[in-house]
Design a protein around this ligand. Structure first.
Ligand SMILES: Cc1ncc(COP(=O)(O)O)c(C=O)c1O
Length: 463
């Protein structure tokens, strides 16, 4: 007998209570947070989908491995365990631990990228873009056309536009120190990249003598999508698929806060001895000695176990299915979203849902506020507040107004997802009555973290 219910592949040993609040309490909390979800106290949030980064639940095996943490300054046993695991999965020679993903990016770009260079990527994540631009280089996003169309189905919407890659390399000899592909493509909706695309991109880079790197934060989720959607890999394990993905690359940056299943950590891994030597010098200068980077020995232990757990088939099945399950419920109610849903998150299309709110009144931000007000759910705007302000201070609205519901790993169960669906269906019924917001005060850069807002029309929801 084959049963169809996909269960959470764990039982719960420790619980962290979450608190129900009244609508009045949430209204007060929103006002106190200047209508900015980043300024809410986490204890006032019922279901926190702000990010999947560092918010996962560690397993009993990870916690027990932490007790083995060797805190020696140099040559700790925990480092060799970590290095063995990263090498086993990625095949890369040099493994540099860092305190999180952006530190790996800073060290790599700081060692390999010069002013005026160009870095192609399917889509740079915002810290990746910022670290490229900080070097005076250009971050070139070249996703396939379908990757920019929220309602269009494509099994691998995270793919890179290979013609655009070929052109970027042919037109700029000596100006592209490396190219990258982000798996899965977070800023493009958490969409996967096919093995065929990774292989072809790698081939183009090798033909031009350009090193090819993966931003590997969600390598395990990407491996699962390849298994599910790329016929040739149906019978391969996620580990085999991950190994093949990495085999096409010369190195990777990694935030272990995602598919490392840890609350902190990351690494840079690469094959080039000379580049690795320069990166290790930078590592020592800014993170710590080469055998701990910015991490404690117990963090290295937790990541070593977490990287393997992230490749477990039952876990990946449950994880990807949780997001898909919510998407199916929302699709049945006609709620617009990026299709198909991503691996770690579902992205609501606020422009479609709230067409009456002009982008100058931040529809996706308003939707994220209503999600909190009505359901105690915290989400992240990926729209005009995050991307609308240009370096010269002017406003240019982005193409998409999205609200990201990012799922922490192994934290929420099916009843939490059912609750989310119920709240979203209710909000859908309120849509014509939802109004926008205006900015009262904002810092010049990365304004979404600290800007203060108020309703543009007295209340967020009118009668
Ligand atoms: C695709 C991608 N790259 C890089 C990073 C940066 O990692 P960290 O937050 O650990 O610095 C993230 C984090 O969200 C990410 O999603």
């Amino acid at each position: 007998m084959h049963f169809h219910t996909i269960i959470e592949p764990f039982r719960i040993k420790t619980v962290e209570p979450i608190r129900q609040t009244t609508r009045e309490e949430r209204e007060t909390a929103l006002k106190a947070a200047y209508y900015n979800p980043f300024l809410l106290k986490a204890s006032d949030v019922l279901i926190d989908l702000l990010t999947d980064s560092g918010t996962g639940a560690m397993s009993s095996y990870q916690w027990s491995a932490m007790m083995k943490g060797d805190e020696s300054y140099a040559g700790a046993r925990s480092f060799y365990e970590f290095e063995r695991t990263v090498r086993d999965i990625t095949g890369f020679t040099h493994v540099l631990p860092t305190h999180q993903g952006r530190a790996a990016e800073r060290i790599l770009f700081g060692s390999a990228v010069n002013p005026g260079d160009i870095i192609p990527n399917n889509t740079h994540f915002d810290t990746t873009r910022a670290n490229v631009e900080y070097r005076g280089a250009m971050a070139l996003d070249i996703p396939i056309a379908e990757g920019r169309l929220p309602q269009v189905f494509h099994p691998f919407k995270g793919n890179m536009d290979l013609e655009a890659l070929e052109k970027a390399l042919a037109d700029n000899p000596g100006k592209v120190p490396l190219a990258m592909i982000t798996v899965t493509n977070n800023s493009g909706g958490g969409q996967p990249v096919s093995m065929a695309n990774i292989r072809a991109a790698s081939g183009i880079c090798r033909a031009h003598g350009v090193p090819f790197f993966l931003d590997a934060c969600r390598f395990a989720e990407n491996s699962w999508f390849i298994k599910m959607r790329e016929e040739a890999y149906r019978d391969n394990t996620p580990l085999e698929i991950a190994r093949e993905m990495f085999s096409y690359a010369d190195g990777c940056t990694m935030s272990a806060k995602k598919d490392g299943m840890a609350n902190i950590g990351g690494f840079l891994a690469l094959n080039d001895d000379a580049l690795a030597a320069r990166c290790k010098d930078m590592l020592i200068l800014t993170e710590g000695f080469v055998t701990y980077g910015g991490l404690a020995g117990y963090d290295l232990e937790a990541i070593a176990v977490g990287l393997r757990e992230a490749l477990d088939e039952d876990y990946l099945h449950y994880r990807i299915r949780s997001v898909e399950y919510l998407a199916e419920k929302l699709a049945a109610a006609g709620i617009p979203m990026v299709t198909p849903p991503g691996g770690h998150a579902l992205y609501l299309d606020a422009k479609e849902l709230l067409p009456h709110i002009p982008q100058s009144e931040y529809p996706a931000w308003a939707l994220s506020l209503v999600l909190y007000l009505e359901g105690g759910i915290r989400s992240a705007e990926i729209g005009s507040v995050m991307f609308g302000r240009q370096p010269d201070g002017s406003e240019r609205p982005p193409a998409l107004e999205l609200v990201r519901l990012a799922f922490p790993r192994r934290v929420y169960t099916q009843s939490h997802v059912d609750y989310l669906a119920e709240v979203l269906l209710y909000i859908n019924s309120l849509a014509p009555r939802i109004r926008g917001v205006r900015i009262v005060e904002a810092p010049p850069i990365l304004r979404h973290f600290t800007a203060r807002f108020e309703p543009a029309h007295r209340t967020l929801i009118v009668n």
